[in-house]
Design a protein. Structure first.
Length: 178
């Protein structure tokens, strides 16, 4: 069954994680860019009407664009990830979308708390490799990866590959708008 997700693309991370993701994150092979998930699973693509898109747009515009840093490597039971700092703006975006669409809780309601993250490796195969040290080696000389969140992206996989369906800009803080 086709799915959708609302994500924040992180193009600044691509040069540092794309090769590792290609090897160890199955979603990369399906077209998912380096990203931080904001709401997954979301509604089936055929249910995304102009009214739904306008509701997502309103949530996005109620949130200000923000800068964040990827400078810490984290570990879930089956995944290696980069943690954004600050994480609160991502948590706020997820909470706002969950309030707007309560029938689609984050991660299907599977977890009590949301931990924003950029997955680099999933499953067990990466544990037998040097992916953790490779990631640390790429990250620490830089002092982290400076990033900007200025939009939400709706992606869908009805073609068996994830593709962009829509983009929703966040608001520009007044001090940046001139």
């Amino acid at each position: 069954m086709a799915e959708t997700a609302l994500i924040v693309r992180v193009p600044e991370a691509e040069p540092h994680v794309s090769e590792l993701r290609r090897q160890f994150d199955p979603s990369a092979k399906l077209g998912v860019p380096a990203h931080i998930t904001v709401l997954y699973p979301f509604m089936p693509p055929e249910e995304i009407t102009p009214m739904v898109a306008n509701q997502v747009r309103a949530v996005a515009l109620a949130c200000a664009a923000f800068d964040f840093q990827l400078s810490r490597v984290g570990l879930f039971r089956d995944a290696l990830y980069l943690a954004p700092a600050p994480s609160n703006p991502f948590i706020a975006l997820t909470a706002a979308l969950a309030r707007q669409f309560p029938e689609y809780p984050p991660y299907g309601g599977q977890f009590r708390t949301v931990v924003p993250h950029l997955t680099v490796a999933q499953g067990g195969g990466w544990r037998q490799s040097s992916v953790h040290s490779d990631l640390l080696g790429a990250l620490y000389p830089l002092g982290g990866i400076a990033c900007r969140c200025s939009e939400l992206v709706l992606i869908e996989n009805s073609s068996c590959r994830w593709q962009q369906m829509d983009v929703f800009p966040l608001s520009v803080p007044k001090h940046e708008g001139g």
